[in-house]
Write a protein that binds this ligand. Structure first.
Ligand code: ADP
Length: 399
């Protein structure tokens, strides 16, 4: 079965075509700068890499160009468009409606639309991706995989805010995000540990950052909330901040809510602390003694340590912490700092193992420590393909 995975953003479409269940990537790529005069399409197969620069006025044109490449007599990987029978879409917000991967019907689309107000930057382009795929692949089954679904197992104590019932009934609660990544990585971790009931903490550190407490394979607490600016210090987002700061800025500085939102989501975090949002530059500056860069590293790793403490408490134990995403997979500096003076939690890393660069799953804990420290590369596209494949296989079994 061929599964095409689509992640449609406001001006881009990321795609990967999988042969399932073999999990073989047949082709992948990115259409970017949709709507701008100088769009780009990057296309890759196991054999070739190919880029085209052209104007891509809208998502439909972008996806049609991708189909042309997939069908291309020399660099293509399919011979007819109907070979793609199944399409898995990443949808950021599923609210409380979608607790699992769902086959897309008109009713499902209507519900995704209703959730636009909860994820105004993400759900609209995700929805566009679905409509465009329906047009370009009219014979294919369309499946939605939600970034929030994995966190729907969180107990009431973890997802409820202490506000009056009227507001809770409006759907104001913790939803969480990055769920596709946390699901994939926690699944791999439990497999690696050979213990489906292990108590683990997944630390997803990319431009966006989040942590999830996972027990018996389920998310039981998570650092992102109603929106995506809570918890960790991120590339440009502040993470946890006293709400009094927001009202102070609005009242004393006459800032509008848009200005405060912009400040806390686009100009804060590592960028606000150092002027750089890319961790590689910050590490480089810190190694040369830059005081602001060192402070930023200290603040972000201190925050992660605090959440490790909190999640160990709510799980009443800890078997492993798992680092993933751009920073978690690549930065031995951040991993080292997070694991410093954490022996009370049974966390200690082996410096030599931590220094090894690899794209494999690895255990970097010191010998005989109580808590494993793992590095597991995330793969959201593969998780979407797996989810899409399994919902269709289950449907075949039922019918
Ligand atoms: P996104 O959330 O956009 O998917 P990624 O998961 O790709 O982000 O992570 C991007 C972050 O990873 C950037 O801050 C980048 O600096 C960091 N990163 C990537 N490679 C390295 C590396 N070798 N060392 C340190 N940080 C890295």
């Amino acid at each position: 079965m061929k599964v095409l995975v689509i992640n449609s953003g406001s001006s881009s479409i990321k795609f990967q075509l999988f042969q399932m269940p073999e999990q073989k990537v047949l082709a992948s790529g990115l259409v970017e700068k949709i709507g701008l005069p100088n769009g780009d399409i990057h296309y890759k197969t196991p054999e070739i890499q190919h880029s085209i620069n052209l104007e891509i006025p809208d998502h439909t044109t972008g996806l049609k160009k991708v189909v042309e490449l997939l069908l291309h007599p020399e660099i293509g990987v399919i011979s007819h468009v109907n070979e793609i029978e199944n399409i898995g879409h990443r949808v950021v917000h599923g609210g409380s409606n979608f607790v699992k991967t769902t086959i897309i019907t008109q009713e499902v689309k209507d519900k995704i639309r209703e959730l636009f107000s909860l994820a105004p930057l993400h759900n609209p382009p995700n929805y566009t991706g679905i409509e465009v795929a329906e047009e370009v692949f009219p014979h294919a089954k369309q499946i939605a995989v939600f970034d929030t679904s994995f966190h729907q197992t969180m107990p009431e104590v973890a997802h409820t805010y202490a506000i009056p019932l009227k507001f809770r009934e409006m759907g104001i609660r913790v939803y969480g995000f990055h769920g596709i990544s946390h699901q994939y990585v926690s699944g791999k971790a439990l497999e690696f540990l050979n213990n489906p009931n292990a108590k683990i903490i997944v630390i997803h550190l990319g431009n966006g950052c989040s942590m999830t407490a996972v027990q018996n394979g389920e998310s039981i607490d998570h650092s992102l909330g109603f929106g995506p600016n809570v918890g960790m210090i991120m590339g440009t987002r502040s993470g946890d901040i006293d709400q009094a700061v927001i009202f102070y800025l609005m009242e004393k500085m006459q800032m509008t809510s848009e200005e405060v939102t912009h400040l806390l989501t686009k100009q804060s975090g590592m960028l606000g602390l150092t002027g750089d949002s890319d961790l590689r530059q910050i590490e480089e500056r810190a190694s040369q003694g830059d005081v602001q860069a060192k402070l930023a590293l200290n603040l972000s790793t201190y925050r992660i340590q605090k959440y490790i403490g909190a999640y160990t408490a709510v799980m009443n134990g800890l078997d492993a912490i798992v680092f993933t995403a751009g920073i978690g997979e690549n930065s031995n500096v951040i991993r080292q700092m997070v694991c410093e003076e954490m022996d009370y939690f049974g966390i200690e890393i082996d410096e030599a193992k931590n220094a090894v660069r690899s794209s494999e799953i690895r255990d970097i804990s010191a010998a005989n420590t109580r808590t494993k420290v793992l590095v597991i590369p995330t793969n959201e596209e593969l998780e979407i393909a797996k989810e899409t494949y399994s919902i269709l296989k289950n449907q075949e079994k039922v019918s």
